[in-house]
Design a protein around this ligand. Structure first.
Ligand SMILES: Nc1ncnc2c1ncn2[C@@H]1O[C@H](COP(=O)(O)OP(=O)(O)O)[C@@H](O)[C@H]1O
Ligand SMILES: [Mg+2]
Length: 397
């Protein structure tokens, strides 16, 4: 294109007016394309001549500089309304050196913006004819990088904490065993003097169990979850949980009632993890009824979901605490870890399910796990293919 215009320039005297008109039209059309392209890019672009006067400032640069108007008559820095920015460009352009990846913070109404600046020589026909300034608003990128760094250091910290928690578990188990041995030796040589020691041993055992449940819950909450969903009978998991908790319930004068709808469909579950999720809810329900009561677990199909509802006739949850109960470490119990419902929530989410709570203080609470019913294509999968491996995720920040 350029050669064509140079040719035309050489024989300009011989070009008829119509021809000239056409050439100018072409030139103008071409110019509009370049201008449109430069104005459409999100990067700011400024071209200055050798005297540092702007020849061109694209829309994005106008926006970054907050320039309402500009002229080719004065140096760029004389037209900038921010003192820091003006000072920077005056020094940089006069020094006549390339500037690479300089960052400048600008105070803007919505908050500070970080602008990345590059200045290079503008070369045309092998000669330096001015400067090319490239501006980029890197605020969001910097913010994302900072977020990523925070997430990475949190993940590293979690791994470290999980490592420590894991290391605590083994000595704790051996302390528990040794204590059992001491108890048995003392039982053989029981006398009036040793009687009170049993009480102390029980206290130590209780504390060890508490420490152990903190460590176990913590590890469960922070470790990536290893969940494999397969089509299985959720109601059997309910039966297992009821059997596991029946003694504890009986001791606390709690009657367990199960209402399981007949002919329930199989759903995509991971038995071990769903059991843990349900166990945490049932343990809470039992703890909510210190003077006894009724624990009702019902399994039914409603609105395209399998619902497992656990109701207690216990103390209930005050309205203002409702939003907090799933938060890690939130507990109202003297020896609670506040991780039970966090873990339950995480497991239910990994099942693509939901958990809802209804509660009336001093009447009782109902926790419901909603599991999606399998889609028709899942139902038809042969048993060895319907395992869905879910990659574990870390606990939310
Ligand atoms: N069935 C329930 N009835 C009353 N309060 C409950 C019930 N389930 C949970 N909560 C409240 O939610 C809190 C958090 O429960 P959870 O995460 O299991 O931790 P923890 O049991 O260690 O306290 C409990 O301390 C309690 O205040
Ligand atoms: Mg709990």
């Amino acid at each position: 294109m350029k050669a064509m215009y140079e040719n035309a320039l050489k024989r300009i005297d011989r070009i008829p007016p119509d021809g000239l008109k056409q050439i100018i039209k072409n030139l103008s059309a071409e110019n509009s394309i370049y201008e449109a392209a430069l104005n459409s890019t999100l990067d700011g672009i400024v071209v200055c001549d050798l005297e540092h006067k702007p020849l061109f400032i694209n829309r994005s640069a106008e926006k970054i500089f907050r320039l309402v108007s500009w002229t080719q008559e004065f140096a760029l820095w004389e037209q900038l309304n921010d003192d820091n920015l003006a000072d920077f460009f005056r020094k940089a352009l006069i020094a006549d050196e390339n500037v690479l990846n300089r960052e400048i913070s600008l105070n803007r109404p919505g908050g500070t913006r970080i602008i990345g600046i590059n200045i290079s020589a503008l070369l045309s026909d092998g000669k330096i004819s001015g400067n090319l300034i490239h501006l980029e608003d890197i605020t969001d990128r910097r913010r994302r990088e900072a977020q990523l760094r925070r997430a990475e250091s949190l993940a590293a910290l979690t791994t470290l904490a999980a490592g420590v928690a894991h290391e605590i578990k083994n000595p704790l188990a051996s302390i528990r065993i040794q204590l059992g041995i001491i108890r048995r030796i003392l039982e053989k040589n029981c006398s009036k003097k040793t009687e009170s020691i049993f009480h102390n041993i029980s206290l130590v055992e209780q504390e060890i169990d508490r420490l152990n449940s903190i460590v176990v819950d913590f590890l469960f909450a922070v470790r990536p979850m290893d969940i494999t969903l397969i089509l299985d009978r959720a109601e059997e998991v309910v039966d297992e949980v009821v059997e596991l908790m029946s003694h504890e319930a009986e001791d606390q004068h709690i009657r367990i009632v199960t209402k399981i709808e007949p002919d329930l469909p199989d759903v995509m579950i991971d038995r071990k993890n769903l059991k843990q999720a349900l166990l945490n809810i049932v343990k809470n329900a039992i703890a909510a009824m210190p003077d006894g009561g009724v624990l009702t677990i019902s399994v039914s199909v409603k609105n395209d979901e399998l619902q497992i509802a656990v109701s207690d006739t216990g103390i209930g949850i005050p309205e203002e605490l409702m939003a907090k109960i799933f938060e890690p470490y939130f507990t109202t119990k003297e020896s609670g870890t506040g991780l039970g419902l966090t873990i339950t929530f995480k497991i239910v989410k990994e099942h693509n399910g939901e958990i809802t709570v209804e509660s009336t203080p001093s009447k009782g609470s109902t926790f419901t796990i909603h599991l999606p019913l399998p889609q028709p294509e899942q139902k038809s999968l042969p048993p060895w293919e319907d395992g869905v491996k879910v990659e574990g995720s870390h606990m939310e920040e």
